[in-house]
Design a protein around this ligand. Structure first.
Ligand SMILES: N[C@@H](CCC(=O)N[C@@H](CS)C(=O)NCC(=O)O)C(=O)O
Length: 221
């Protein structure tokens, strides 16, 4: 089968890493086109004509264009993961995957990005000192998110729906790695969870996360 699946990504971005890791793990043939955020390439042609939102990731599959990462993860797993592991078909299992994917936008994502942006990205882009008040507020919220993630979403299970990770776990891991790269101390259960996701994905997990870790280290040093 000739694949026309194309991801427009920058691995500094956590949803972009989740998409690349999914495609590489399920070994679907695809192209990754890099759109460098810190150079502002997402705001200029040729990328900008693809999306009115001017954000990455963008996924193109033939004539289909998907501008939201969770929709794209669901689509790719549904269409290309022949094992059905990453977006399981049973409605009751799928509901738990979707529940986390909906929750994380205003929880894990909002506060992980808030922490990273105020601590690393804005000081780099705007050459301003880090906003300590904002960082501390996001850090506090992340503590709450980590507790709720561990007690409710994981419970006694290694992954959100049981013994194998799904796209919900992949998204959770990639989002938690962002504030971790910026220096936020994650709780031991969340660190153990990241270790479990990493051991399923293999070396690609470290390769892609090293992009954001190296960038953060450079800005913070
Ligand atoms: N809801 C969107 C959010 C996408 C998003 O915020 N992307 C960020 C990178 S993680 C971006 O492109 N930011 C560039 C900007 O806001 O100028 C998704 O999950 O796909």
């Amino acid at each position: 089968m000739t694949s026309t699946l194309t991801l427009f990504v920058d691995h500094l971005s956590q949803p972009c890493r989740a998409l690349s890791l999914l495609c590489r793990t399920i070994k679907v043939q695809h192209h990754e086109k890099y759109v460098q955020l810190i150079k502002g390439e997402h705001l200029r042609q040729p990328f900008a004509e693809l999306t009115p939102f001017r954000k990455i990731p963008v996924v193109q599959d033939g004539n289909l264009l998907i501008l939201e990462s969770c929709a794209a993860l669901r689509y790719i797993a549904d269409k290309y993961d022949t094992s059905n592991q990453w977006y399981p078909k049973p409605p009751s299992v799928r509901a738990k995957v979707d529940e986390y994917l909906d929750w994380q936008h205003t929880n894990t994502r909002a506060h992980g990005v808030g922490y990273f942006t105020n601590k690393v990205l804005f000081p780099f882009l705007k050459k301003t000192p880090p906003d300590l008040k904002a960082i501390s507020e996001h850090s506090k919220e992340l503590d709450r998110v980590e507790k709720q993630f561990t007690s409710y979403f994981l419970g006694p299970r290694p992954f959100i729906t049981g013994d194998s990770p799904t796209i919900a776990d992949l998204v959770a891991a990639c989002e938690f790695e962002q504030p971790l790269a910026g220096g936020h101390q994650l709780s031991p259960p969340v660190m153990e969870f990241l270790g479990r996701v990493k051991s399923v994905i293999g070396p690609e997990y470290e390769d892609l996360h090293n992009v954001v870790r190296k960038f953060a280290n450079k800005v913070l040093s």
